[in-house]
Design a protein around this ligand. Sequence first.
Ligand SMILES: [Zn+2]
Length: 341
Amino acid sequence: MRGVVMYAPGDVRVEDRPDPQIVDSTDAVIRLAATCICGSDLWPYRGFGTSEGPDPMGHEYAGIVEEVGDEVTTIEPGQFVIGSFFASDNTCEICRAGYQTSCVRRQAVGAGGAQAELLRVPLADGTLVATPDIPPPDLIPSLLAASDVLGTGWFGAVAADVRPGKTVVVVGDGAVGLLAVMAAKQLGAERIIAMSRHQDRQKLALDFGASEIVEERGGEGVARIKELTDGLGAHSAIEAVGTPEGMAQAIEATRPGGHVGYVGVPHDVTLLADELFYKHVHLHGGPAPVRRFLPELIDLIWNRTIDPGRVFDLELPLDQAADGYRAMDERRAIKVLLSVG
Ligand SMILES: [Zn+2]
């Protein structure tokens, strides 16, 4: 099969790789309908990380089951399925509490590299969710978005306790931030303030339900949020960047008693307990337990209530993945879909 491999920062290649096989009796192998490049793939691309490479890339996937192991009972060949970046049994106590990304048996699905034609998914019964039928082609981008960026934005909104009547700030205008806007809208937020200074992203944020845009950043951005909220700050903030600046902005923009949901993978973020002490904000976040939300998200997409696939603003064949990485690195694209086959 063809698959994307990162050899070093900035060095992404598409090459022939061995077809994945069933290794454990609880595995499935799926043929991807499409795959994509994640904002988090840009961290190693830009040289942040410890890997010595080469690494198979990609952790977002949707496609048709080709083969399952002997112990798989609910997932069958021929089904169209979606799963998340961590495989989970969905039966342990942590999973049942809704934290499948901390499943006691969790395994990284991305280890095999989902930017490829085929992918091995461990713990198939717990990890994969089948759609009601084979989807029409126009739904595939949205279903693929559910695998990570939509589910992650959704968790950000849930972790930030977004509810009807609340004012929500979204820090970050990448795919996760934009889909956090969509999630906040679906969860009934009254006002959604998107922090963005890029016109194409502002437009999408407004289409997804943002009521206001704030272009200022840092202290100025926080001052603007305070101005818009009677000096109090927002009820909820969703952090979808993962930088010290993004985290500080989210915490500072939240009123006492409010909630910060943080889903940007942190890089060099340090929180000081003595500074946090007087903020009185709830902090909750982490690798999104996308599996918790998948049935609901698939339903909303299937019924065409939401169209998260709109975050893909560039589509390339898998073999041109290197161009896709460049486009996202240079912010020419919000999110790149790689077509397979
Ligand atoms: Zn579990």
